[in-house]
Design a protein around this ligand. Structure first.
Ligand code: GLU
Length: 376
């Protein structure tokens, strides 16, 4: 990608009005101790960069701020210890943010979310209203996962993903992920930061498996976050959280870190189906149905269904898989797993005879279906 196109993409960042900044534990609590001077510097940087902008922070660091107070010497591994450490650390983390922003006259607000909150569309819309109200009041919402009540199966897992879901929820212009790395490196070499990645698939080829020591997410989780934000029409920049005045520099369109330019935004409901809603089950479809979905954007009819897995009600979000197990789409099922079991392989005009009623001719209507792989 040429330098000119990098400059023209970067120029758009200065116009960002609504920013989500994600800060990882590797920046806020390196070595497992909350670094209050870094928090103060970041707050000064963000307050200056976002004086006339709306700012939302997604902050990790609860577990890292709490485990020593719990008498543990290293970051806990067991989920229950992490939950307890997060409960101890979260108020400490918030106090640090609150003090740091008070120096700049900005109140902060704690918002803790779970995967369950993002799974329920009404709760999600409530969260959006609350965030909007906070932004209207000039407050800085500081979001973290509600670790002490999330359990393994329904954990969001990492704040990279949470920050992207938040960016999508509020339709941020920019998601800035600040971490221990300076951006995406060409071939994994830290001396070669790639400054512009227009195509996420290309980015995957540069990913090396591995994680930073303190944070949860590696590069792969960051790229998953990029694709969620991408679908919401947000630009994403991944940059080093320790670099001086990094937020001001990114918003001044300086070429720093890696920029993933925004994609065309899809509807908020489809984004919710594709990323936030929890998958309750799966259906396996035949090759003809798979082609109809991928090539024609068609609805999924019972005739193409071979098998059904999991237990779900009508209205549940399910995954659609091909015979070889590849997940190709997600959608809202018009029928429960039991009902699909009875009508699978049949024509739509046999639904009423088989079940005694017919809610819909499709198992998943095209408006309720989101492809999770690129259309052919
Ligand atoms: N919620 C966790 C914490 O605040 C962090 C998760 C993450 O690092 O992604 O400690």
């Amino acid at each position: 990608m040429s330098e000119t196109s990098d400059i023209s993409f970067r120029a758009k960042l200065a116009a960002s009005k609504r920013i989500v900044v994600k800060l990882g534990s590797a920046v806020l609590a390196p070595g497992g101790t909350l670094d209050e001077s870094t928090i103060a510097q970041l707050a000064a940087d963000m307050a200056c960069a976002c004086a006339d902008r709306e700012l939302i922070i997604v902050s990790s660091g609860a577990v890292a701020s709490g485990f020593r107070v719990m008498g543990l010497e290293t970051m806990p591994k067991s989920i229950v210890q992490k939950q307890a450490a997060a409960a101890v650390g979260q108020p400490r983390l918030m106090r640090a943010w609150s003090d740091a922003f008070a120096a700049h006259g900005r109140p902060v607000a704690q918002v803790l979310l779970t995967a369950d909150d993002l799974d329920h569309r009404t709760r999600l819309l409530n969260a959006r209203r609350t965030l909007q109200e906070l932004l209207n009041a000039g407050a800085v919402p500081i979001i973290n996962e509600n670790d002490s009540v999330s359990f393994d199966e329904i954990k969001l897992g990492d704040n990279d993903r949470l920050s992207a879901l938040v960016a999508s929820l509020v339709q941020a212009d920019l998601l800035l992920i600040l971490s221990g790395i300076q951006g995406l490196y060409a071939g994994g070499d830290p001396k070669k930061v790639l400054h512009l990645i227009p195509d996420i698939a290309e980015a995957m080829s540069h990913v090396r498996v591995g994680k930073s020591d303190v944070g949860t997410g590696g590069m792969q989780t960051k790229l998953d976050a990029v694709s969620i934000a991408h679908a919401a029409g947000s630009h994403v920049v991944i940059a080093g959280g320790k670099s001086k005045q990094i937020v001001q520099r990114v918003l001044a369109s300086e070429i720093v870190g890696t920029l993933f330019p925004a994609g065309k935004a899809t509807s908020s409901r489809k984004r919710w189906i594709g990323h936030a809603a929890r998958v309750r089950g799966a259906i396996i479809i035949d090759d003809g149905a798979s082609r109809a979905l991928m090539e024609r954007g068609a609805s999924l009819l019972p005739s193409g269904v071979i098998a059904v897995e999991g237990s779900f009600e009508s209205g549940g979000t399910i995954e659609v898989r091909t015979r070889d197990g590849t997940a190709i789409a997600r959608g809202i099922a018009a029928y429960s797993d039991d009902e699909i079991q009875r009508i699978k392989g049949k024509r739509s005009n046999q639904i009423e005879k088989t079940l005694g009623y017919c809610y819909a001719e499709e198992i998943i209507h095209r408006d309720d279906l989101v492809l999770t792989v690129k259309r052919t």
